[in-house]
Each structure stands twice: as C-alpha cells, then as structure tokens.
Design a protein around this ligand. Structure first.
Ligand code: ADP
Length: 200
C-alpha cells in the first residue's frame, strides 16, 4: 500500500456501537476522524452558513445569526434534491478535511474515518479498507431507545434512510460483532494487527 498512513473507514448502522469501537482504536493510538462531528462544525462558519442560505432560503439562519438546524432538517427531509445539494456542499469538504487530517498524522500506520454513511455516499471507494461494526436491528433499537430516548418509530425511520446493516457487513473488509459480552477489545486488536500487516 503506497499511501502513508493508510486510509480506513469505520461504518455500521446507527446504534451498532461505532463510537464505542472507535474509542477502542483510539486507545491503541490510532488517529480517528468523526465525519459527523466535523460536518456539524461547518455550521459555525459564517461563509458556509451563507452557502446554505443561498441553497435553502433565509429560514436556515436563526435570529441570532446561528444555524437553524431544525429548519434545515425540515427542508431537506421533504426535498431529496435539496438534500443532495446540501450534501454536495458538505461531503467533498469533509473528505478534504480528512485528507488534511491524515497528512497531519504521517507517522500513524493508518487513520480512521468514522461515518455511518460510508457506503451510501461512496467514501468506501476512496479508502483502502472498510471496517463494519455489526449488531442486529432489534438490539440496536434497544440500545438507542436507552441512549437517545427516541421512539421506536423515529429510530426505524432513520434506519430506513441507510443501507441495511447486513449489506454493509457483507461489503466490508473487516467485521466487528458488537454483541454484549463479545470480546470487542480482542476483535479490535486483531483488525488492528491485520491492518498493520497491510501497511508493511
Ligand atoms: P453508534 O456510534 O454506532 O450510533 P454507540 O457506540 O453510541 O453507537 O452505541 C450505542 C449504544 O450502545 C451506546 O449507549 C453504547 O454505550 C451502547 N453499547 C455499545 N457497545 C455495547 C456493547 N458491546 N454492549 C452493550 N452496550 C453497548
């Protein structure tokens, strides 16, 4: 593999345990980039917000000048074309920021790009390897009901917007099964060692 560090995506359905697994990679010293967090920070940038206003209209800016995330969500929820255009503003920028992040970690064997929508938006084609965290839907719902206090219907509608977890699992290079009691740390260590071997 020529690029140094190697680029690795970590994905999986909502509630499968991506954040938990990412923390296990962090504890091994691997630099981790959380795409959602970085994308969320763009809304603090007035120039970005202005682009969103041009795209979606004045209601996206609240009276205090900050982003009105509820208004943005309401517009794109009912308008797939607007969502596509908003994504076209966000995703290329996220990817460039990830490449800069990777550049800043030249001494790491690999860096991780965590995104639930790795496959949905084609980030899998830009990385060297994909890790999928898998957990069946019922257990994900149970954990999310506890974590987010969302209703089952709200969670199911979010899940329906993503590829089925089973498809992500089948397409990935590595799968981590995050069932309760499963030795997550051991699985992470095995994937880590295999990735290190790929870089040699
Ligand atoms: P994601 O980032 O994929 O949405 P999280 O890592 O936030 O998922 O995990 C969802 C919830 O499940 C969290 O409350 C987390 O603490 C819990 N969780 C994660 N892994 C396990 C596990 N192996 N056993 C029990 N609970 C877990």
């Amino acid at each position: 593999m020529s690029s140094k560090p190697m680029l690795v995506a970590l994905t999986g359905g909502i509630g499968c345990g991506k954040t938990t697994v990412l923390n296990a990679f962090r504890s091994l010293g691997i630099p981790c980039f959380v795409a959602d967090e970085v994308a969320g920070s763009y809304y603090n940038d007035p120039a970005f917000l202005e682009q969103v206003r041009t795209l979606l209209g004045p209601s996206v800016i609240a009276l205090d000048g900050s982003a009105n995330k509820q208004a943005i969500a309401a517009i794109v929820f009912n308008n797939p074309e607007a969502l596509k255009q908003l994504n076209a503003l966000i995703h290329p920028r996220v990817w460039q920021d990830f490449l800069s992040f990777a550049n800043r970690h030249q001494s790491a064997p690999y860096v991780i790009f965590e995104s639930a929508i790795t496959y949905e938006y084609g980030f899998d084609r830009l990385v060297d390897k994909v890790i999928c965290v898998y957990l069946e839907q019922e257990e994900r719902l149970r954990r999310l009901e506890l974590r987010d206090h969302s209703t089952r219907e709200q969670l199911l509608s979010r899940m329906r917007n993503q590829l089925p977890a089973e498809e992500k699992m089948m397409r990935a290079d590595y799968v981590i099964l995050n069932y309760e009691g499963n030795p997550r740390q051991r699985q992470v260590r095995q994937v880590h060692q295999s990735l290190i071997r790929c870089t040699k």
